[in-house]
Design a protein around this ligand. Structure first.
Ligand code: IMP
Length: 426
């Protein structure tokens, strides 16, 4: 069966982009189903280094079609900027890109509403990427959203924006922002829409014909499982469905077509933004991991919080997404650590009973005690290793212990950002 999904099992930034980039070499369609330009990928390949937020990674395979599914929310400035950047570097994908007209668009008021909401929450803020994600998804589910369909008719678009401003401007003004002008928004967005118009076409039939022909469809989930709006550490999460089950709503693919789910996990943990992080390291080791792993946000450049591997969370994410295998990434980041810890499970700090992630909410995680095991580090570079058997024995011990704790096979180990820095483990 033809669909492979690549999904993050932690809080994002697991280097999913690299895994997708490798798999995209043999894909016929590469698609996204959720999120917006809050996502950020760095892909390093023979064409150079690319930081993309909206266009899926299949663009470097000339035979693959890239699809932005209806569950994605679009900032038109970002997507048209990405298209222009690629074109200026000799990669023209106009013929190979399909953007669903069902995509909601992010408008200037979404970012302002997010800003005032985050400010009002004070210490309890989510610490978002400031791309207007939660207001645009909130408008979608409350039938106040504006989709690419609406931009095809200026009068209809203007009417919808004016209605939204009648509701939103008083709020913006009450919080000290200037009221927005509907005509200006419409003109600005339509100017960008013109650059995109040729690729706005519903990919539903294209995908279905491909599925029937047994073509290979690669789907990449943006953000990650623990940021899912329902199963993540709510309200320290994102606003979309990030888990594999989101592909029906967000892309139009029924579950029966999925044959392979690759859960991507870093060999340690990390997150940006606020929220619980049981295995967080607030010491020199955390700083070391941040520097070695270059753990700074692709979108916001914020330093990422770093910590030890958390098996409870990756096990949960693997169960939830139905992973068939795990790609363990950034192992090389741990190369210089003499001692490596990882958490096997949690205990309640009050009762010392085992706590399961799914039983509590985000607050429960603030109160849990991760139970750690410690292993000797391997203290040598793994970056040039290409055969699993050639990894240091201590590194293999670490990988195999994590595999046992997760309960799903680790099929690949990544030891650097470049495409070839990957080891197959079967
Ligand atoms: P939002 O998606 O911008 O609303 O941010 C909500 C939370 O998700 C914040 O903690 C962000 O830092 C986090 N987040 C959103 N997108 C990503 C991502 O692509 N990688 C990692 N964290 C993300």
């Amino acid at each position: 069966m033809p669909v492979t999904i690549v999904v993050g099992t932690q809080w994002g930034d697991e280097a999913k982009g690299k895994i997708s980039d490798i798999l995209a070499e043999n894909a016929d369609i590469v698609a996204r189903f959720n999120g917006g330009d809050n996502a950020g990928h760095t892909v390093v390949n023979q064409f150079g280094t690319f930081k993309q937020r909206l266009i899926p990674p299949g663009i470097f395979n000339e035979k693959a079609v890239s699809v932005v599914g209806p569950g994605v929310v679009l900032n038109l400035k970002t997507i048209t900027g990405e298209l222009q950047d690629l074109a200026s570097r000799g990669i023209d994908i106009t013929d190979r890109l399909w953007v669903s007209p069902r995509c909601q668009i992010v408008l200037p008021y979404h970012r302002l509403i997010e800003e005032l909401t985050e400010k009002a929450k004070g210490d309890l803020k989510t610490g978002t990427t400031k791309r207007g994600m939660s207001p645009v998804y909130a408008d979608k589910v409350s039938y106040n959203g504006i989709r690419l369909f609406d931009l095809m008719d200026r009068e209809k678009f203007l009417k919808k924006v004016s209605t939204q401003l009648a509701i939103k401007n008083p709020t913006l003004e009450a919080f000290g922002f200037e009221a927005l002008d509907a005509e200006k928004i419409v003109d600005d967005e339509l100017e960008k829409f013109e650059l995109l118009r040729n690729v706005v076409r519903e990919p539903f039939e294209l995908i279905h014909n491909a599925l029937i022909d047994q073509a290979h469809v690669l789907v990449e989930g943006a953000q990650s499982t623990l940021l899912d709006n329902t199963w993540g550490t709510y309200p320290y999460c994102t606003s979309s469905t990030t888990v594999t089950g989101g592909i029906t709503a967000g892309l139009g693919i029924a579950p029966k077509w999925v044959s392979r789910v690759i859960g991507v996990a870093k060999a340690y943990s990390g997150r940006v933004g606020n929220g619980p992080f049981p295995t967080e390291l607030l010491d020199d080791i955390g700083d070391h991991i941040r520097e070695e792993g270059q753990e700074y946000g692709t979108v916001t450049k914020r330093p990422r919080r770093c910590g030890w591997f958390d098996a409870e969370l990756v096990r949960f994410s693997s169960m939830l997404n139905g992973v068939s295998e795990i790609a363990l990434t950034k192992l090389d980041v741990l190369d210089k650590l003499p001692e490596i810890k990882f958490s096997t499970h949690y205990e309640s700090s009050e009762t010392h009973q085992t706590m399961r992630y799914w039983e509590g909410d985000a607050d429960a995680l603030f109160d849990c005690d991760p139970v750690y095991e410690t292993m000797d580090g391997w203290m040598e570079s793994t970056a040039k290793t290409r055969e699993y058997s050639e990894l240091p024995e201590k590194a293999r011990n670490y990988i195999e212990r994590l595999e046992g704790l997760i309960g799903y096979p680790i099929s690949m180990v990544s030891v650097g950002p470049a495409r070839e820095e990957i080891i197959s483990k079967k």
